[in-house]
Design a protein around this ligand. Structure first.
Ligand SMILES: Cc1cc2nc3c(=O)[nH]c(=O)nc-3n(C[C@H](O)[C@H](O)[C@H](O)COP(=O)(O)OP(=O)(O)OC[C@H]3O[C@@H](n4cnc5c(N)ncnc54)[C@H](O)[C@@H]3O)c2cc1C
Ligand SMILES: *[C@@H]1O[C@H](CO)[C@@H](O)[C@H](O)[C@H]1NC(C)=O
Ligand SMILES: *[C@@H]1O[C@H](CO)[C@@H](O)[C@H](O)[C@H]1NC(C)=O
Ligand SMILES: *[C@@H]1O[C@H](CO)[C@@H](O)[C@H](O)[C@H]1NC(C)=O
Ligand SMILES: *[C@@H]1O[C@H](CO)[C@@H](O)[C@H](O)[C@H]1NC(C)=O
Length: 536
């Protein structure tokens, strides 16, 4: 009898988990409280978190596909929410996952009973309990809305809401709207408000590095990172982390300046917190609205001083504000996790998990049968790192790889927390809500080894596998090392754990050709823009 696995939450990550675990021989069941797969990528029009009509993914199709499920040709360079949702729906059917998913099933509790996981859920209005050998929780990273307290809020007579409850944007016809917080959500809201509102202010505490989707060479920004660059980063970040952080920030700032030379000083976007604590914003959607003056970054809110009046930290006073919308993000809390297994015993702290996946629980059978997905990873574009995590979990659950001792797991967590504190201290910014990145060299090496992808050993300068590969197929080796990091690359090698994908090599070559074709189209389009400017 195959081991049974429950996957709670069938967003992108839960789907990928179902597919891979099923392939590895587990008997899988998915629980999804909504009636669709793909999680936030379908606009839900209710008070539940979802993308808006115009949300666009922030890394390119070339880096973001699931390793053995390429995007169809008609998907944009940066997939729209609609395209992504369709992609996940198709993925679900292609791998025949739908019959394994219970829709409208809301998991309310899970606990250990006689060596199994008892999963309690409400479906069709009644409570059910099913038992599983293994349990994977994939609830999404953005769960509980976070709304800061505003001083003097009683005086305000306009509306105050969180982006989670953003209604039909025509509600804001002719209004002055104040957004609190400036990142991806604020950008999405500006785009939604543009056809309706009169003016949007964006109150923000810290600066922000804005980046463009494309480089000057017509390639998507994330293609600037090839495998050679990854190895350079691994080396520097391991041995000279301060040098790497300095260099990386410098590169981002210079890219930002090149793409957006007209950033105004009054916006106070600079100095910005470093990329170690705050990811840059891919700002193509919001920038035109900043330039036109429709949306204006302003200082953080000091206090509310009247029915429609707000005083900012720099002394400026905004009058006639009709609505305040918090774009201040979410807490990654898992409300239905019992205390014993709750990865967030302290709110807004990094998860109490080994490698942000496995519970630090004294019982070895718990550590080896419970896993959390989507609780923060490394700064690496697309969905690949989550697939690698799933492979790693599956290898461990199959007994082909193993977790270290409990002591080692606890020590890892201590070291990780100490490192994070150091990163925050060095950033010199108020970073109470810093993102939960893991340290890239440590995490990528662990993933590569545990998931059995063989990337580091097949491309490192110091490994015989790498030299053998180079000798056997120089052209392809070079394409892998200096071309696009195609997601299919992670399925290229058989290291004895997982099977490689027979179509991987062909897909990598195709991905490179397709990226080149899109680059040429882009360059032609950019050329045309310049022509028409000259004509004027
Ligand atoms: C507006 C917006 C823009 C984003 N843009 C980007 C981007 O550009 N790039 C990027 O990398 N990421 C982006 N993200 C992050 C996004 O969360 C991930 O891309 C991806 O959706 C994560 O997948 P997931 O499966 O972990 O989570 P989700 O997509 O959130 O899916 C989780 C699923 O679990 C279900 N669920 C949760 N709890 C239960 C329960 N108890 N019982 C049953 N079902 C449950 C939910 O209904 C949901 O369907 C964005 C998120 C939002 C909201
Ligand atoms: C959406 O949110 C509403 C209100 O918060 C809640 O009652 C409902 O259960 C949620 N629906 C889903 C499908 O999660
Ligand atoms: C709930 O209802 C759906 C149809 O609406 C049905 O397919 C499903 O089996 C029911 N589930 C349970 C647990 O009764
Ligand atoms: C790969 O990355 C390295 C290091 O950043 C860079 O020097 C090189 O030009 C890149 N190669 C290609 C083909 O883009
Ligand atoms: C893209 O969005 C995700 C989720 O919001 C975030 O973690 C990541 O850092 C973003 N990447 C960039 C380059 O902005």
């Amino acid at each position: 009898m195959p081991a049974t696995v429950a996957v709670v939450g069938v967003g992108p990550l839960g789907l990928m988990a179902l597919k891979n675990l099923k392939e590895d021989g587990f008997a899988v069941t998915g629980f999804e409280r909504r009636n669709w797969v793909g999680g936030v990528w379908k606009q839900s029009f209710d008070a539940n978190l979802s993308t808006t009509a115009n949300t666009v993914f922030n890394s390119s199709r070339f880096r973001s596909a699931i390793p053995d499920y390429p995007f169809p040709d008609d998907v944009d360079d940066f997939p729209t929410a609609k395209q992504l949702w369709k992609y996940f729906e198709d993925y679900c059917d292609h791998f025949e996952l739908r019959p394994r998913i219970r829709f409208g099933a809301d998991v309310k509790n899970f606990e250990r009973k006689r060596g199994k996981w008892a999963v309690e859920y409400i479906q069709n209005g009644s409570l059910h309990t099913d038992y599983f050998d293994k349990l994977m929780i994939a609830p999404g990273s953005f769960v509980t809305p976070r709304s800061p307290k505003l001083e003097g809020v009683e005086a305000f007579q306009g509306k105050i809401l969180h982006s989670l409850n953003f209604p039909d944007p025509s509600t804001f016809q002719g209004q002055n709207v104040l957004l609190v917080g400036f990142h991806a959500t604020a950008q999405d809201l500006v785009v939604e408000l543009a056809p309706h509102a009169k003016k949007v202010y964006i109150a923000h505490k810290n600066g922000l590095i804005m980046m463009s989707r494309y480089g000057e060479d017509g390639r998507t920004y994330d293609q600037a990172q090839n495998l050679t660059a990854v190895f350079v980063q691994l080396f520097l970040e391991t041995w000279l982390p301060s040098v790497w952080n300095w260099l990386f920030e410098k590169i981002l700032l210079s890219m930002s300046k090149k793409s957006y030379p007209n950033q105004r000083k009054e916006w106070n976007l600079s100095p910005a917190p470093p990329p170690t604590t705050t990811s840059p914003l891919i700002a193509d959607a919001v920038y035109p609205h900043l330039e036109s003056g429709f949306a204006e970054p302003v200082a953080a809110i000091q206090q509310i001083t009247g029915p429609k009046t707000i005083q900012l930290k720099d002394g400026r006073v905004l009058n006639n504000i009709d609505t305040i919308i918090f774009a201040t993000g979410y807490e990654a809390k898992i409300s239905y996790a019992p205390d014993e297994y709750n990865p967030y015993p302290i709110a807004d702290e990094a998860p109490f998990l080994y490698r942000n996946i496995f519970p630090l629980h004294p019982d070895a059978s718990v550590r080896n049968s419970l896993a959390f997905l989507g609780q923060g990873g490394i700064p690496f574009p697309g969905f690949v790192q989550f697939e690698l995590k799933i492979w790693a979990i599956s290898q461990i659950w199959q007994g082909k790889a193993s977790l270290p001792s409990f002591d080692t797991m606890q020590q890892w967590h201590k070291d990780h927390m100490a490192w994070r504190q150091e990163v925050v201290r060095k950033s010199k910014f108020d970073s109470k809500f810093i993102i939960v990145f893991l340290r890239l060299p440590d995490h990528l090496k662990w993933l590569d080894k545990t998931a059995g992808t063989g990337i580091l050993t097949h491309f490192s300068w110091f490994s015989w596998r790498s030299w053998r590969f180079w000798w056997q197929d120089r052209r392809f080796y070079n394409l892998c090392k200096s071309g696009l990091i195609s997601p299919a690359m992670w399925r290229l090698f058989d290291m004895g754990g997982r099977k490689a994908w027979a179509g991987a090599k062909e897909q990598i070559i195709k991905d490179n050709e397709f990226a080149d074709k899109r680059q040429q189209e882009r360059l032609r389009a950019m050329g045309k823009v310049e022509e028409s400017r000259k004509d004027k």
